[in-house]
Design a protein around this ligand. Sequence first.
Ligand code: LMR
Length: 429
Amino acid sequence: MASANRINQLSSHLSSNPHAAAMSSGDSAFTHVTQAPPDPILHLSHLHSEDTFEKRINVGVGAYRDENGKPWVLPVVRKAEKQLIQDPKFDHEYLPIDGLKPFYEASVRLILGKDSAAVKEKRYVGIQTISGSGAVRLGGAFLNRFRKAKIYVSNPTWGNHHDIFKDAELEVHTYPYWDPKTRGLALEDMLKSLKDAPNGSIIVLHPCAHNPTGVDPTPEQWRQIAAVLKEKSHFPFFDCAYQGFATGDLDRDASAVRYFVEQGFELLVCQSYSKNLGLYGERAGCLTVVLKSASVVPQVRSQLVRLQRAAISSPPAFGARVASLILNDETMFREWTEQLKIMSGRIQTMRKLLHDALIELKTPGTWNHITDQIGMFCYTGLSVKQVGVMKEKYHVYLTDNGRISVAGLNQSNVRTFAEALDWVVRNVN
Ligand code: LMR
């Protein structure tokens, strides 16, 4: 009865409201708008949360989960939050357009290293962004305006790279990265494609924990990549969303970026604190531009500030304040590095358990890549069809490209996951 009343009220509202009447007669200004596809990654979390099957498994989104499958607020983040909120000076004022200075300055040191020549010679610009995605978008907009060129992303890459760069009006191309035969890096093809790209192209690189493949170049392979980029005057654009997640060591995971800086490149590097500090929803990130000369710093900074003001006005404060406390306090920083090791260590344990379960089940195929790959993701090699069956028959949510977020596995569900994978590999081509 109550719902019948609501429907009556709604119809009388529609008949007295001219905009609503236009809606019902179908002559909206937006009738030409076609349905956009759901996001291939974030939509999985929605499907998983709607699923009522008790043993459903979400290995879709790249977000850390603890042993109980729950989000983990790092103890050091809790500590910093408390300190922040108890500070009588804490308020909700706007940050400057380029963000919180102690935060972005510490972020630059975190990725480049405090002893970096670029840092010592002050030939960089750091600016706070809406996490890694915001940094990628701002970097894309900056390059579009001041160093326009074709942009090359790895095939495959994080799907959003394509949309972000297209929306930044850059012409997006790909270079080979994944070799399905070896389930490793397609180095020769990658180098050839980079050599074939027009001189001065922009090359997007994942410095560690490549998303989605979990395959990173070795130091020697990075040297070869850098040599080609130099020979071709390409511009490196690093997207670093997983510093500390690949090896558990913040410095080691930054070594590719640092190597390129040592080689004298001008480059862009994007950082995210979503994964390594678990600040997903707080959107804390940084874009750093490394320059050849400190003399261009003021101009570059001013243009980034202008682009940021027009896009978002100023970045969000809370996450950056939390991160800043941790980055700038010796004790909290040490606690963070220990907690990072807990996360990366648990992921490595899950890789091993999954690998061992598949070996025990005698699942057809080779599974070494599960433990060889690094970071949050494992690129299983499952086909779209097999992924579909994983979803429908086993309530296991992974992306269509066969990527799993290993952090979604734990002691209680890894066996179930392995059995589902085993069945699909044996029964679905
Ligand atoms: C992922 O790749 O799963 C994460 O980076 C989350 C996202 O925004 O796509």
